[in-house]
Design a protein around this ligand. Sequence first.
Ligand SMILES: [Zn+2]
Length: 322
Amino acid sequence: MKNEIIAGVDIGGTKIAVALANTDGELLLIARFPTRLELGPHSILDQAVEEIERMSVELGARPSAVGIGCGGPLDRRRGLILSPPNLPGWDEFPVVGVVERALKVPAVLDNDANASALGEHRRGAGRGFSNLVYLTISTGIGGGVIIGGELFYGVCDGAGEVGHIPVLLDGGPSCGCGARGCLESLCSGTGIARRAREHLLAGAQSPLLSDRADEITAKLVAEAARGGDALAQSVWDETIRYLAHGLSSVVVTLAPEAIILGGGVASAGDQLLAPLRRLLSERVKILPVERMQILQASLGGDSGIHGALILGERALGNIPKG
Ligand SMILES: [Zn+2]
């Protein structure tokens, strides 16, 4: 295959990354800028397209295709963003058509969790595995499933929604999906911070969290737990118990070679992974969990842009609209 230039765009609710790479997978240029939601989707995409044009001039070569990762829900085949909660005003927005018309090259779209799963599979912690499940644990919990080296989509592209595995049998906190007691409602960064605040409001004592009740984040809970704070430690332990409970369903259903955890909460590293491996082994008896790798994502915040670039390779040879 001739070495061509691919552009990737990773659209998030707070920031956008744009990159150029070659078809050998070598990242050539990358730029990041905040998502100015108030500008609306057309202006935001104009910014991304301008950045691709600017980088093309710098590189002296134009991209032959574009891959786009974006928060869902979206319609991959029609290239539409539907009504993403983190991108207000993007309802039914034809992101693929707009990019193809602007750059005159084919583009493909997928959700950001699938893009990150692809990125980690091909260029990160998932290299060498044929079957893996990727989770991003940040504001929410997203996921992507790779089976036989390819993303698995399922009905309505709905596979991989591991954040919405029911963890509590009755009730539990309401989740953005409309259900209650989902893994995301308990173990996302938002869920962890909320549980810590609830304990404080109920009168629990915490030397490291009590005077910062209004600014509690999952990162702060993890730090306080490392600092010996008993309440923070109990919230963290509970988080890992919920995660182990949710992931045990994934393990026994797919027996993946690896589960890869990305996102801000996973940056706690072994504070999360070591007890999670132990609890999963205790919970699942039918399979040898120790034969499965439970790993931290290795591309950090760049899993999504690497995935977008891989998606772009798949658009090569497609016919652009417009
Ligand atoms: Zn849910």
